[in-house]
Design a protein around this ligand. Structure first.
Ligand code: AGP
Length: 629
């Protein structure tokens, strides 16, 4: 989704802004722009449609002098992805330039009022009201005798912000304060970076990581003035804030393909390492029957929990569905998974002693964050301690908004994921749910110590098995991809714990290959979707030995009888000979099967999209973290 980079310092800003924007490309965007202000107060604003290469060429050609500037990659919400709608947006006199993430919900009213006062709008965006509002307010303050300065810009922005409804992260420059940058956030994320002789601001860590490791995540509602002299940070009440910065650790904040053709492929191949890291961290030697998994949660965390509700979107929701299966079937804990976007407006009646889990790899998904906030609020309002909010966040970004909002966090530790299609973070989320299921099963004595340790032993073997599986299916799926050249629809079937994997397989394929795909519980197919089947609609069926093995095979037979090409994700053997094509998985306990069956799903989608020559890492219309509702 949209990305912001802004900086002020002692070096020319334009190419640094472009460098920062390049690190945000993975988030998905359709146009980009920068604005710089030089010492004489000249603002240069350059923007282009399409990829950053176009903007870089424009900057090379026209130049953008100045040591202070703002940059943006835009993912269209209001107005088409055209140059005039790209950010930055400027005031009529060109004195103020603004970049913004999020959505200003009351922009229509603001626009009408501004137009009535003579403002001329050049774009269809919600953002454009902001430079107009700031410029009008600056003119008033200057007319009343105030002197132009960074502090004045800060005060004016503080005056304008309460007029903006919705979610935003923004950065502003003004020609009369060429060494000042004002930034602000409400709901949408923004982080300040403290560099050497320069101060930066960005909507995501990769844009800062090549400049500095010292970061100061902004809290909700904060505004800051950045100048070559330092950073002044204020809360919503206008009180100055003093906080210690934090250090970005690890090398993974910088995007690097490590020789793979695409980030997505690299990330699929990283999954065995992630499993290994997870096993080392969470299943060390010396665990007890009372706590058979090492999670950073105190004993009191588990006390009296009678049910779980999980809020998530997209792939995270699919991981949550596997999690719900494990929590219910393995740990005996009633669990319901909600689309966070639906939960916001139709929450279920409150039940006591409920743990609410928010799952979001980015930790910035607006729907998930808002649903969690809303749930905490209505639980607090209830008054009865049994209904009090008990929340846990599962994320890959411990520095994210989710982490700051949640009392407890489980970091899935998958390292930054650049491909828009989530792969390794899905595996990390699944592993986290295995950990939680084991912990709850032990706490609630819903499984014997032997059953829990058998599951732990299987998980310990996972890294090696995954290594072999990823390599095998990388080759197999590459060989299969050409068969999908002219395919328009694919059906994915799974049952029980593998039903969410069918959903995930279909989502992956849609996202990156633009082939229509749907996942169904295999037993549901005969209730409608079977009407779609013929020789042109392949069916991918997940069939692993266990409770529903024979049932899934029968459902696959039903598809075969309608001439569908059958692709099986199943162990090799006489039972699975019915498949026209087999993507083999090893024999394993059904409990851990999703950790295996998802691998061919990911690689099949990847190779089909790569074979079609598509932009695998940045599929059209998609964004890595969806920070708008
Ligand atoms: C996954 O491939 C998608 N890009 C998307 O469905 C994603 O899972 C969803 O937007 C939720 O993102 P989150 O995990 O960052 O909250």
């Amino acid at each position: 989704m949209c990305g912001i980079v802004a900086l002020v310092g002692s070096r020319e800003a334009a190419f640094q802004l472009l460098d920062g924007l390049r690190q945000l490309e993975y988030r998905g965007y359709d146009s980009a722009g920068i604005a710089t202000v030089d010492a004489s107060g000249r603002i240069t604003c350059l923007k282009t449609e399409g990829k950053l290469i176009n903007l870089t060429a424009r900057v090379d050609e026209q130049g953008a002098p100045g040591r202070c500037g703002i940059g943006h990659t835009r993912w269209a919400t209001h107005g088409k992805p055209e140059e005039r709608n790209a950010h930055p947006h400027c005031s009529v006199d060109g004195a103020v330039a603004v970049v913004q993430n999020g959505i200003i919900e009351n922009y229509r009213n603001l626009r009408e009022t501004l137009q009535a006062n003579g403002a001329v709008f050049l774009s269809e965006t919600d953002t454009e009201v902001i430079p107009h509002l700031i410029s009008a307010e600056l003119s008033r303050w200057l007319a009343s005798g105030e002197t132009a300065s960074g502090t004045l810009l800060l005060q004016v922005v503080q005056t304008v912000l309460p007029q903006l409804q919705g979610a935003y992260a923004l950065a502003v420059i003004w020609k009369q304060a060429p060494g000042a940058l004002v930034v602000a956030r409400k709901i949408a994320p923004l982080l300040i970076g403290l560099g050497e002789g320069e101060f930066l601001c960005a909507s995501d860590t990769p844009a800062l990581a090549s400049f500095t490791r010292t970061i100061l995540p902004m809290e909700d509602g904060e505004v800051a003035l950045l100048s070559p002299l330092g950073v002044e940070l204020y809360n919503t009440q206008g009180e100055r804030q003093q906080r210690m910065p934090t250090l970005l650790t690890g090398a993974d904040h910088v995007a690097d393909k490590r020789g793979f053709r695409h980030f997505m492929l690299k990330e699929i191949h990283e999954q065995p390492e992630i499993a290994e890291l997870w096993v080392t961290r969470h299943l060390p030697q010396g665990l007890t029957a009372q706590m058979p998994v090492a999670l950073p949660l105190e004993t009191s965390f588990y006390r009296d929990i009678e049910r779980v509700e999980i809020l998530a979107c997209g792939t995270s929701r699919h991981a949550a569905l596997v999690g719900a299966y494990l929590l219910e079937q393995f740990a005996g804990l009633p669990t319901t998974v909600y689309y966070a976007s639906e939960f916001r407006y139709a929450p279920p009646p409150l039940a006591p002693n409920t743990l609410t889990i928010g799952v979001t790899q980015s930790g910035e998904t607006a729907d998930t964050l808002a649903a969690l906030t809303m749930e905490a609020k209505r639980r607090r309002a209830h008054g009865d301690p049994a209904y009090a909010p008990r929340q846990l966040g599962v994320t890959n970004r411990p520095e994210s908004s989710l982490s700051r909002q949640m009392p407890h966090i489980l970091d899935i530790g998958a390292g930054i994921e650049i491909g828009v299609a989530a792969t390794k973070t899905f595996l990390g989320q699944l592993l986290t749910f295995y950990g939680l299921a084991m912990a709850f099963a032990a706490k609630r004595s819903s499984r014997s110590a032997d059953e829990i340790s058998a599951l732990a032993d299987e998980l310990r073997k996972l890294p090696e098995q995954l290594r072999a599986l990823v390599n095998l299916h990388d080759q197999r799926c590459a060989g299969l991809a050409h068969r999908f050249a002219a395919i328009q629809d694919v059906i994915f079937l799974g049952r029980g714990i593998n039903y969410p994997i069918a959903l995930e397989g279909a989502l992956k394929l849609k996202e990156i290959s633009y082939i229509h795909a749907e996942g169904y519980p295999a037993g549901e197919m005969k209730h409608g979707p079977i009407a779609l089947l013929d020789a042109h609609v392949p069916v991918v069926s997940i069939a692993v030995p266990g409770m529903v093995f024979e049932k899934v095979l029968s459902n696959a037979q039903e598809a075969k009888a309608r001439d569908a090409q059958l692709i099986g994700v199943a162990p090799e053997g006489p039972d699975t000979a019915l498949f026209d094509e087999l993507l083999p998985v090893p024999e394993m306990s059904e409990w851990i099967s999703p950790l295996f069956t998802v691998i061919p799903m990911q690689l099949l989608s990847y190779h089909i999209a790569a074979h079609r020559g598509l932009d695998v890492d940045q599929p059209r219309n998609l964004a890595k973290s969806v920070t708008v509702e």
